[in-house]
Write a protein that binds this ligand. Structure first.
Ligand SMILES: [Zn+2]
Length: 115
C-alpha cells in the first residue's frame, strides 16, 4: 500500500518536472561599477548597474558572466527552472528511499494469491 502510494506520488512529481533546456545554476547579482575618471555619470556618483551571473564549482572555484539588462528576466527564469528541477529530483530521491525498504506484508500477500 505504501509502495503504491509512493509510486503514485513519484509519478505525479515526474509529470510536473520542468523538462526544458532553459536551466542555469548560480546566482544573479547586481553590482555597481564606478569609473575613476572620464565618466560624467560616475563623477555624479551614480555609477553603472550591471548584472553578473556567479557560478560556483566544487573546490570553491567560481566563474562570472556579465548579463545584459535585457536578458535579466530570462536568466532569472532559467535559474528558477534549475531550482525547481533540483527540488523535484531531491524529492524523487527521498521517495525512492521508501521503495528500497523491504515490504514483508506485501510480498506475503502476493505469495498467498499465487498459492
Ligand atoms: Zn562610469
Amino acid at each position: 500500500m505504501i509502495r503504491e502510494r509512493t509510486l503514485r506520488a513519484r509519478q505525479k512529481l515526474v509529470g510536473k518536472l520542468p523538462i526544458t533546456g532553459e536551466l542555469l545554476r548560480g546566482s544573479l547579482l547586481e553590482r555597481t561599477i564606478r569609473h575613476t575618471k572620464g565618466c560624467p555619470k560616475c563623477a555624479r556618483g551614480e555609477g553603472h548597474h550591471v548584472f553578473v551571473l556567479t557560478v560556483t564549482y566544487p573546490g570553491g572555484h567560481t566563474r562570472q558572466f556579465s548579463v545584459r539588462r535585457e536578458r535579466v528576466a530570462e536568466v532569472r527564469r532559467w535559474l528558477s527552472n534549475y531550482q525547481d528541477l533540483k527540488e523535484a529530483i531531491e524529492t524523487v530521491c527521498e521517495l525512492n528511499h521508501d521503495l528500497l525498504r523491504p515490504e514483508r506484508a506485501a510480498s506475503k500477500r502476493r505469495r498467498k494469491q499465487h498459492d
